[in-house]
Design a protein around this ligand. Structure first.
Ligand SMILES: [Zn+2]
Length: 63
């Protein structure tokens, strides 16, 4: 019989994000530019960016 023990590491969430402008993976463990956007139904979404220039470009596109 094997004792079933809860795996302590299973709940580690992989906070994966991609740059909203160019689509490259963003290391969310490290500092990165981010912006919030509100959808039509009032949901606030967080956008991550690989760099400031991508955030600026994203902002320009939305205005
Ligand atoms: Zn980017």
């Amino acid at each position: 019989m094997t004792a079933v023990e809860p795996d302590p590491d299973t709940s580690t969430e992989s906070a994966e994000a991609t740059c909203a402008t160019c689509g490259v993976p963003v290391e969310t463990d490290e500092w990165h530019p981010a912006a919030t956007t509100t959808t039509d139904d009032g949901t606030v979404e967080i956008r991550s960016f690989c760099g400031r220039s991508c955030r600026d470009r994203w902002r320009e596109r939305r205005e």
